[in-house]
Design a protein. Structure first.
Length: 418
């Protein structure tokens, strides 16, 4: 038996799927990338260091903030620049806004219809108008945060090495939470909808990797942590994984000691559950799922929980920032040779940027490892394990369930072919 899906709709970018089954055994399960390479890493070679955060933000329209900030972190480490607590708080707020925006789009408008057996999103909107408005309010809250801190919604322009070109005013910060109760209520409305979902049964144990911290729900800083005891610096992790580019494959895949692993919202909750904000933790407990969870369909539940967590986290950061007298804390940069790795949590998982600079500040080497490149092999292994559950279904229903499975991963093909 052969299964071919030429196009998987409602994911970021273009991809298909092909599988071959012989005597009930899955011999092949492959995601087919249908986009050309962007060659961003090659474009950066020879350019000035300050160009990297601007250019890499163009890799993706859904997570430009993550690329921008990860590049900044790597370059600051290479140049020996330590940024202020004010800068870190503003960056955390902008990154939280990015996660809120991306999650609300994916889990409600792209993935959620699958759980109600709906191919047409318009039917979901018609069936759940209150929840649709709630999802849009949440998304708008995230985009307003990004615009207020980063200067615009897509491809931030205010963030730079050492700080920000332009700082938000106190009134601009307070305006973000002027309708906070409405946004918070919207998040609770969505969480109630997710409680109605019957999650498909599936389980395959794998390693879940994310940033981790002893004091907070890590997403801007932290060690590379896993549910299997891994705890190393981003630099060491970047040195211990190999990027593989197979023949006729545009996207790079990641090999980690011959094992597959998962990154993203479910990984972060599996590794940082104890640091979730109170309401987010309470709602997760209502799902009656013990940590760690090995059912990938719960990735969208994890995204819903993270929305609640980061809405509350954004309010905390804004409250603190509004009581501070924000000032330009950028310092003169001393250009020198250097090399370092930066890591943050993009909506879809841990993102790595590596740069090597010469004494004039030109980029000698660059390596970007995106979340989708990391989990692509794990996705294919999960599909191998999942396919036997749907082989007896009619062809159209089987393909619908395969697409739903892939969408639960929330792949970003644009990032994968960077």
């Amino acid at each position: 038996m052969k299964i071919r899906i030429d196009h998987i709709a409602k994911i970021e970018g273009h991809a298909g799927f092909v599988a071959s089954i012989l005597d009930g055994n899955v011999r092949k399960a492959k995601i087919e990338i249908q986009e050309g390479a962007k060659l961003i890493e090659g474009i950066l070679i020879g350019r000035r260091f300050w160009e990297a955060p601007i250019i890499t933000a163009r890799i993706c329209g859904l997570c430009p903030v993550a690329h921008n900030l990860t590049a900044l972190k790597a370059l600051e480490a290479a140049l020996g620049i330590k940024v202020s607590n004010q800068t870190i708080m503003l960056r955390k707020l902008m990154l939280a806004g990015q996660i809120i925006h991306s999650h609300s789009l994916h889990l409600f408008f792209l993935s959620l219809p699958d759980f109600f057996n709906l191919e047409n999103d318009l039917k979901l909107i018609k069936k759940y108008p209150k929840e649709t408005k709630a999802a849009l309010r949440i998304r708008n809250f995230g985009t307003k945060i990004i615009k207020t801190i980063g200067g615009r919604i897509i491809h931030p322009i205010t963030s730079e090495i050492g700080g920000f070109k332009k700082l938000p005013s106190k009134n601009e910060l307070l305006n973000l939470i002027r309708n906070y109760e409405e946004v918070w209520d919207s998040a609770l409305i969505l969480s109630k909808l997710f409680k109605k979902i019957k999650c498909p049964k599936f389980e395959r144990k794998t390693e879940y990797i994310s940033l981790g911290s002893k004091k907070e729900y890590a997403f801007y800083d932290g060690a590379i942590t896993s549910n299997q005891g891994l705890k190393i610096s981003p630099e060491k992790f970047e040195q211990n994984i190999k990027e593989i580019q197979k023949p006729y494959q545009v996207v790079k895949e990641v090999d980690y000691s011959g094992k597959t692993f998962m990154v993203g919202a479910l990984s972060r909750i599996n590794n940082n559950y104890q640091f979730l904000n109170q309401e987010a933790k309470k709602i997760w407990e209502d799902f009656n799922q013990k940590i760690p969870v090995y059912n990938i369909f719960y990735n969208i539940f994890a995204q819903a929980i993270e929305i609640i967590h980061f809405i509350e986290e954004s309010k905390k950061i804004i409250d603190r920032l509004s009581k501070m007298k924000l000032k330009d804390e950028r310092k003169r940069i001393k250009i020198k040779t250097g090399r370092s790795t930066g890591a943050t949590e993009a909506p879809r998982g841990t993102l790595y940027h590596f740069y090597s600079l010469d004494r004039e500040g030109r980029i000698l080497d660059c390596n970007i490892i995106t979340p989708t490149a990391q989990f692509l092999t794990n996705l294919e292994e999960d599909l191998r394990a999942y396919l036997p559950n749907v082989l007896s279904l009619p062809s159209s229903e089987r393909k619908r369930k395969i697409k739903a499975f892939i969408r639960a991963y929330d792949p970003c093909i644009s990032c994968a072919v960077h």
